[in-house]
Write a protein of this length. Structure first.
Length: 91
């Protein structure tokens, strides 16, 4: 597996950030995810892995980015995905 590359990041209202990261897992197979760091205080982030709210695979990092950007750039989509992530964690 190769190293992950950050393709997009932005600050969230109220603190924290969202990012889109991708990696090459095989030739012509790229995997990306959206991670959401909800903690505004950077010192509280130490030792904490941000929730991954969406994962996509595709033939290129551009195709992966295109699909994940739609989530990462929209606060309502992020909130919906966080609710799904939380519900899955609680089952």
């Amino acid at each position: 597996m190769s190293d992950q590359t950050t393709l997009y990041t932005r600050a969230l209202p109220g603190g924290g950030y969202v990012s889109v990261e991708a990696e090459v897992v095989q030739p012509n197979v790229h995997r990306g995810h959206v991670a959401v760091e909800r903690r505004a205080d950077p010192t509280r982030r130490d030792g904490h892995t941000p929730p991954v709210i969406a994962v996509v695979e595709g033939p290129s990092s551009a195709s992966v980015f295109h699909e994940l950007y739609a989530i990462a750039s929209d606060n309502v989509s992020i909130a919906r995905q966080l609710m799904r992530w939380q519900a899955h964690r609680n089952t």
